[in-house]
Design a binder for this molecule. Sequence first.
Ligand SMILES: NC(=O)C1=CN([C@@H]2O[C@H](COP(=O)(O)OP(=O)(O)OC[C@H]3O[C@@H](n4cnc5c(N)ncnc54)[C@H](OP(=O)(O)O)[C@@H]3O)[C@@H](O)[C@H]2O)C=CC1
Ligand SMILES: CC(=O)[C@@H](O)[C@H](O)COP(=O)(O)O
Ligand SMILES: [Mn+2]
Length: 384
Amino acid sequence: MKKISLLGATGSVGVQTDNVVRHHPEHFQIVALAFGENVDKGLELIHTHRPKLVSVKNKETADKLKGQLASPVKVVYGLEGLIEVAAYPEADVTVNAVLGSIGLEPTLAAIAAGKIIALANKETLVTAGHLVMAAAKEKHVPILPVDSEHSAIFQSLNGEKQSQIKRLILTASGGSFRDKTRDELHNVTIEEALNHPNWSMGAKITIDSATMMNKGLEVIEAHWLFDVPYEKIDVLIHKESIVHSLVEYIDNSVIAELGHSDMRLPIQYALTYPDRLELTDTKQLNLWEVGQLHFQKVDMERYRSVKFAYDAGRAGGTMPTVLNAANEEAVAAFLKGAVTFLDIEGLVLQALEKHHTIQHPTLETIRMVDKEIRRAVQEAIRQR
Ligand SMILES: NC(=O)C1=CN([C@@H]2O[C@H](COP(=O)(O)OP(=O)(O)OC[C@H]3O[C@@H](n4cnc5c(N)ncnc54)[C@H](OP(=O)(O)O)[C@@H]3O)[C@@H](O)[C@H]2O)C=CC1
Ligand SMILES: CC(=O)[C@@H](O)[C@H](O)COP(=O)(O)O
Ligand SMILES: [Mn+2]
């Protein structure tokens, strides 16, 4: 029985983790969970899994939740609460599916407590990959990818030697606006941007897919997870999202993982690794039904966010922290209707251009830069 601490329980990945756990009650148990403000969904999950510890976003939500709980559960809140859930002593695995760089300190706390990390929260690795990977190495803690592309790469690597990797190839759907030219992006709406062609996901990552910043973040995530330099990480547009990513070896052999779009597979694999379990209620992949698969080179002018991410990743230090913080603020503003779709890129670029990289940042420095950049982006939005 694997005991799980689940962060971001009410979100898209969280709810699919709940689904995986409910299908295999003999293998998994959720012993602690954290969410933000969705008390109705949170109560449903608490009722199903009966965790011993629950954390929510703030005191107000904690009070609201306590007022509606039928059984005694310890309720905590804020970043401290997230950290307490992440490092919950009874848990074996911490599934981090919270949204944004708020996931960093809980990840570090879970590593310090010796938990296996099943990581969906890519912003953690983008903002401070050097700290997370160094801590995991020191504590001999595995960081198992939940992000579908990274799970595909992890499965395709299957223990092969690092020195034999020629290239990691991350596939990208191209997002909601894949078939639009750059000029056609000026007046796109929030609703159109949220309409991902292949995946049903939370709002922020769906917008990231539309700008293709998601792929940029995933390039940096892959760099840290697999210890591969940026020159050996490529992005390939693949509109069907059937090939989830590929690994090319020095003998030109290319190994990939394929399947229909269903996050329960990478979530479950991170929980069962190195074993596998049956995945119920899923669609088997019959390639004859799919018929054709398409692949296309990425145009870095059309998808500027991918280039920003490569540049920020190569610059290193605090530059990826800036990329991530500016993007989180710009996407949040777009989702509130405060800026246009193309403003997201503009705001990120402005933040990157103004920043002087600090190399080898400590956690304190990362926190300070993250805060400063968010403030600067908010100010830039106010001045528009
Ligand atoms: N969705 C997907 O298919 C995939 C997602 N990912 C990554 O996984 C992460 C989660 O994505 P997704 O599930 O789509 O996101 P969602 O927006 O659907 O869910 C986010 C979760 O985080 C919680 N949350 C947000 N802010 C806070 C906070 N301050 N304190 C505590 N909890 C908080 C939310 O709570 P509440 O709603 O209750 O407020 C919710 O449970 C992201 O990093 C994303 O990039 C990676 C691959 C695929
Ligand atoms: C399911 C998942 O892992 C997402 O990150 C997904 O890959 C988004 O799709 P694109 O970024 O390729 O549009
Ligand atoms: Mn992904």
